[in-house]
Design a protein around this ligand. Structure first.
Ligand code: GLC
Length: 663
C-alpha cells in the first residue's frame, strides 16, 4: 500500500513541479543584490548542523506555533523552530503583562530549544511578533502612525528612525523578529488593510521598504546588522495583497505578471537590497491561484530570480486556503517554496503529516533541506546561536525603552508630518494658542480610536485610555498646547458648551478594525462603523483560529448602513452657531467625506496617529508668540475620492495645503 502510494506521490510531486516550473520572465523580474552576502563560515556551520539533524528535527524547525497553543515543553520535545504571539496573544493571556513577563517567557522557550538532553542539537527558537506600528502588542509601547499616515510624510529617513526605535522596544521584551514592513501597494482602498500600506503608488513603497528594513535590522553588511539593538524584519505579504478585485481581503489579484512586478513588487526590491531576512506569503490569489501554493512566484521568481536567500514564512494558517490542503497538512505549499509554516494551533498534526509526506515522497528531501538551510542561515545571521538567553541580551528588560521619550519624539514628529490639510477657509489654521477652544467628537479623547487596528488587541478594540500609559490623546495634546499659552481647551464629545468658544476642533472618523473586518463596499463615509456592507458580505469569513476568536466588541464595519451620520450633524450644529469648525478626521484610508468637508471651515486628515496625539496640536496651533509652530507638510499618498469609489478624485495624489503664515 505504502509503496504504491509512494509512487503516486512521487509522480504527483514531479508533475506539480514540472507544471509550475515555468521560467520567470527575465524581462519582468530583476536579479536583486542583497547587502547581506553569504558567509562561507556560516554556510559551513549550516551544512554540519543539517547533517546531524533527523527528519523530525528538520521538519520541527519549519514550524511556527502560537504561544496560546504551544508550551516550552512542546518545543523541547518536538524541536519547533519558531513561535509567534498573534494579535491579541500575551504571556499567560494577560494583556497587562510586564516587560519582564515577556522576557521570562522568551527565556523559557529559548531554554527548551537549546536543551540537548534528548540528543537533539541545540537550535535557538525564533520568536516573531506583529510590531507593525511600534511594539503594538505591549502595554506602554510607543505606537507610531500606521503606514497610511507615514506615506503622507514623504520622508524615507524618518521611516528608518521609526524602524530603529521599534526594534529597540521589541528587543527589550526578548523577541527576535517582527512581521513588518507591509509593502502592499493598495489599488482599492475599500480593502480593510489599506492603512497597513504606505501608498497607492509603488515609488513611495519602494523608497520606504528598504529604509524600514534598515531601521529594524540595521544596515546590511555593517557591524550593527542584527546586533543586540536590532531585530529580524519581514517584507509582506508576498505578493499582490493590495491589488485584489474590489479590495476584498484575501481575494484575487488579476494583474498581469508585468503589472504584478511594476506595481506590487517594488517594495521587495529595496527590502531585499537592504538585506531583509524573511518574506511572508500572502493570503491573496494571483490569477486564481493562492499565493501559498504559487511555486512560480515563491521559488522561481523570489528565490531563484530575485535571489532572496532568507526564510519564506506562511501567513496564519495560510496553507489552509491552498487547494487540496488543510491547516494540518500541505505538501503543495512546502513544494511551492514555503520554508516556515505559521501553524498556530494545528502544529502537532502538521508536523506528523509533513514527516509522513516526506517519507512517502510527496515532498522531496532536498526541499526540506533547503527550507531548514534558510532557517538556520537566518538564525546564524541574527547571532541567535551566540546571543545567549533573551534575558542576557543588551536591551532585555530595559523597561525604559518602552515608550522612551526619544521614541515618542520620533512618533510625534511622524504625526506632525503625516497630517494632510485639505481645506483652510480664510486661513483659519493654525489657530491662536490663546484661544478658547472646544474639543468635540468621539475621537477627541480616545487613544484606541486614534491608534486603529493592531493596537494591543488584534482589532484595536476593547481597550481604554488606561491601557496606553504614557500616551497622549488629541484632546490632551491640544489642552497642553493652549493652556501653556494662556488659552483654554474644553473637552465636549457632543459639542455642547456653556460659553461660546472661539473655535471648535471636532475629531471623528473610523473605529478600529483589522483585516477583513475593515473591508467596505463603498468608500462613502456614513459614520464610524462603515457603510454599506462589502460586495461579498455573505462571504464566510475564513474559519478563524483562536487569534481571531475575539469577543465581538462592536458590530463589524460590514454591518448594514448606519443611521444618518452623527458626525455631520455635529459639524452643522456648531457651524450654525457661528463657531469656526476645524475637523480632524481619523481614518485608515481615504474616504468620501465631501459633506463633512463642506460643513467644516478647515479639514485636516490625521490618519491613525498612534499614541502621540500631541503631534496634532503641533500643527493646529501657533506658538504663544503667534508664529507658526510647525507648518502643515503632509501630502496625500492616495488620491482622495469624491464619493464612493472609482470616481474623479476630489483631491489628487500629492495634494496638501501648507496652512497660513499670517497671524
Ligand atoms: C495575520 C496577518 C499577518 C500577520 C499574521 C500573524 O493573519 O495576515 O499580517 O503577520 O497573521 O499575526
Amino acid at each position: 500500500m505504502r509503496a504504491s502510494r509512494w509512487l503516486v506521490g512521487a509522480v504527483c510531486a514531479v508533475t506539480l513541479v514540472t507544471v509550475q516550473a515555468a521560467e520567470p520572465k527575465s524581462d519582468v523580474w530583476p536579479a536583486v543584490a542583497s547587502s547581506v552576502k553569504k558567509d562561507p563560515r556560516l554556510e559551513a556551520r549550516i551544512a554540519e548542523l543539517l547533517h546531524k539533524m533527523t527528519l523530525q528535527q528538520k521538519v520541527g524547525q519549519m514550524i511556527q506555533a502560537d504561544i496560546r497553543s504551544v508550551t516550552p515543553e512542546d518545543v523541547r520535545q518536538y524541536r519547533l523552530g519558531s513561535i509567534l504571539n498573534g494579535g491579541g496573544a500575551f504571556p499567560a493571556n494577560e494583556k497587562h503583562s510586564k516587560v519582564s513577563d515577556w522576557v521570562a517567557l522568551a527565556d523559557r522557550f529559548y531554554d527548551a530549544s537549546m536543551d540537548t538532553a534528548g540528543g537533539a542539537p541545540a537550535i535557538p527558537i525564533m520568536w516573531g511578533t506583529d510590531a507593525v506600528h511600534g511594539h503594538n502588542n505591549v502595554i506602554g509601547a510607543t505606537l507610531f502612525p500606521h503606514n497610511v499616515g507615514l506615506g503622507a510624510a514623504h520622508d524615507p529617513e524618518l521611516i528608518r528612525r521609526v524602524g530603529e526605535a521599534t526594534a529597540r522596544e521589541v528587543a527589550a521584551t526578548g523577541i527576535d523578529w517582527t512581521f513588518a514592513p507591509t509593502v502592499a501597494v493598495v489599488q482599492d482602498p475599500r480593502w480593510g488593510r489599506s492603512y497597513e500600506s504606505y501608498s497607492e503608488r509603488p515609488d513611495i513603497v519602494k523608497a520606504y521598504a528598504g529604509k524600514m528594513v534598515q531601521g529594524l535590522q540595521g544596515i546590511g553588511g555593517s557591524p550593527m546588522f542584527l546586533d543586540g539593538n536590532h531585530i529580524i524584519a519581514t517584507a509582506k505579504h508576498y505578493i499582490g495583497d493590495g491589488g485584489t478585485s474590489q479590495g476584498i481581503d484575501r481575494g484575487n489579484n488579476e494583474a498581469s505578471e508585468q503589472e504584478l512586478f511594476a506595481i506590487h513588487g517594488q517594495g521587495y526590491v529595496t527590502a531585499i537590497e537592504a538585506g531583509v531576512q524573511t518574506v511572508m506569503a500572502s493570503y491573496n490569489s494571483w490569477q486564481g491561484v493562492k499565493m501559498h501554493g504559487q511555486r512560480h512566484l515563491l521559488t522561481e521568481v523570489l528565490k531563484n530570480r530575485m535571489g532572496f536567500d532568507g526564510i519564506v514564512v506562511s501567513d496564519w494558517d495560510g496553507v489552509d486556503e491552498v487547494q487540496g490542503c488543510s491547516k494540518d497538512r500541505c505538501a503543495q505549499a512546502i513544494n511551492a517554496g514555503l520554508d516556515m509554516i505559521m501553524v498556530p494551533d494545528q502544529w502537532k498534526p502538521f508536523l506528523q503529516n509533513t514527516i509522513e509526506q516526506v517519507q512517502a515522497g510527496d515532498i522531496p528531501m532536498a526541499r526540506i533541506d533547503d527550507a531548514v538551510t534558510r532557517i538556520l542561515r537566518v538564525k546564524l545571521r541574527a547571532g541567535l546561536f551566540e546571543k545567549g538567553r533573551p534575558s542576557s541580551r543588551p536591551l532585555a528588560n530595559k523597561v525604559a525603552e518602552l515608550g522612551a521619550p526619544q521614541h515618542r519624539a520620533v512618533a510625534r514628529e511622524a504625526v506632525r508630518k503625516s497630517v494632510v490639510l485639505l481645506k483652510n477657509d480664510k486661513c483659519l489654521l493654525p489657530l491662536s494658542a490663546k484661544a478658547n477652544v472646544l474639543v468635540a467628537g468621539d475621537g477627541a479623547n480616545d487613544i484606541g480610536k486614534q491608534s486603529g487596528g493592531w493596537s494591543i488587541s488584534w482589532q484595536g478594540t476593547g481597550n481604554t485610555n488606561a491601557d496606553y500609559p504614557g500616551a497622549t490623546s488629541i484632546y490632551e495634546g491640544i489642552k497642553t498646547a493652549v493652556t501653556a499659552a494662556g488659552g483654554k481647551a474644553t473637552l465636549s464629545p457632543d459639542g455642547s458648551f456653556q460659553v461660546k468658544p472661539d473655535a471648535a476642533v471636532v475629531v471623528f472618523g473610523e473605529n478600529p478594525y483589522a483585516e477583513w473586518h475593515g473591508d467596505l463596499k463603498s468608500l462613502q463615509y456614513r459614520g464610524p462603523d462603515g457603510d454599506a456592507p462589502a460586495a461579498d458580505i455573505n462571504r464566510p469569513a475564513p474559519e478563524v483560529s483562536p487569534q481571531f476568536a475575539e469577543p465581538n466588541y462592536e458590530t463589524s464595519p460590514l454591518a448594514p448602513p448606519t443611521a444618518p451620520v452623527a458626525d455631520l450633524a455635529l459639524l452643522k450644529r456648531l457651524h450654525d452657531k457661528g463657531i469656526p469648525v476645524v475637523t480632524v478626521f481619523l481614518t485608515g484610508r481615504v474616504r468620501g467625506v465631501t459633506p463633512e468637508i463642506e460643513a467644516s471651515n478647515a479639514f485636516a486628515v490625521a490618519w491613525l496617529p498612534g499614541t502621540e496625539g500631541g503631534g496634532i496640536a503641533d500643527v493646529l496651533f501657533r506658538k504663544s508668540t503667534g508664529a507658526v509652530n510647525f507648518p502643515f507638510s503632509g501630502k496625500l499618498s492616495y488620491a482622495w475620492p469624491r464619493g464612493g469609489a472609482g470616481d474623479v478624485p476630489l483631491f489628487p495624489y500629492g495634494y496638501g495645503l501648507g496652512g497660513c503664515n499670517q497671524h
